[in-house]
Design a protein around this ligand. Structure first.
Ligand code: BJW
Length: 219
């Protein structure tokens, strides 16, 4: 089974910003204000403005050649697709069973009772929860200090993988940044596909824009 971990670089050529590149989201927004539970408690409207803008941007974006190549790979081989991305471009390219370890822009979560539902395009903290009625609606994404989704499934996948691939991620955010070491410890070959080397310890690497190197690797 091929384990593929993707990051913001996968969707960069679809027009969705990365976080840590020059001009990236974290050079324009304070991550403490928009991507932590503390920031949400302090100014929920600011946080919703940030995610509403990204949801609109993602809705207007199209999957690129790299998303389509991964969907083709998954149709042909056993592939576990784990993404840190909150967009749905892999699904819209035809990929199945995408594990969104940092949540989804398309999800809403009640900060009060934990209910989850599909998010409208524009969300507000004042939207009532359909289950408990509380006005504590937040995007269903994983902020710093929160537990990523699906870690047990990911651990099992990493243990079973015959190849580990990291694609378009800077390898700075844990626990995802540690997956390459977990794969290495299990004796699994590791491959990086990225614009440039991230500095992680990979056995092999192919470097360039995802829309070129991913189809080149897959086909
Ligand atoms: C291209 C390209 C092109 C560009 N083609 N490539 C251990 C040590 C130190 C700290 C910690 C630690 N463990 C936990 C922490 C704390 C923290 C953390 O990691 N902090 C670090 C910053 C130091 N982690 C957490 O808090 C996590 N939770 C947690 O750990 O819970 C406890 C726990 C304990 C034990 C086990 C398990 C859990 C939660 C992290 C949540 C991250 N949330 C965000 C925002 C929410 C979602 C959203 O709004 O979108 O997720 S932050 C942001 O970073 C987002 C991303 O998913 C994530 C990763 O970013 P990514 O994808 O790597 O993007 P970039 O921009 O960094 O990189 C882009 C790459 O693409 C670059 O390499 C470019 O070169 C490349 N590229 N164009 C190909 N065209």
């Amino acid at each position: 089974m091929i384990f593929v971990l993707t990051g913001a670089g996968l969707s960069a050529e679809s027009g969705l910003g990365t976080f840590r590149d020059a001009g990236g989201l974290w050079s324009r927004y304070d991550l403490e204000e928009v991507a932590t539970p503390r920031g949400f408690a302090a100014n929920p409207h600011l946080v919703h403005d940030f995610y509403n803008a990204r949801r609109a941007n993602a809705a207007g974006a199209a999957p690129n050649a790299a998303h389509h190549a991964l969907a083709r790979l998954q149709a042909a081989r056993e592939v576990m697709l784990v993404t840190q991305n909150v967009d749905d471009l892999l699904e819209r390219a035809g990929a199945r069973d995408v594990l969104h370890m940092h949540g989804r822009l398309g999800g809403a979560l009640c900060a009060d009772c934990g209910a989850r539902w599909e998010a409208p395009l524009v969300m507000s903290p004042d939207d009532p929860c359909p289950e408990c009625g509380a006005a504590a609606t937040r995007p269903d994404v994983v902020w710093f200090g929160e537990m990523p989704t699906g870690l047990d499934e990911i651990d099992a996948g990493l243990a079973r993988a015959t190849l580990f691939v990291a694609l378009g991620t800077s390898g700075t955010v844990y626990p995802a940044a540690g997956f390459v070491e977990m794969a290495r410890a299990a004796g699994t070959p590791t491959l990086e596909l990225n614009l440039e080397p991230s500095g992680g310890r990979f056995d092999d690497g192919r470097y360039g824009p995802a829309s070129e190197i991913v189809p080149g690797w897959v086909d």
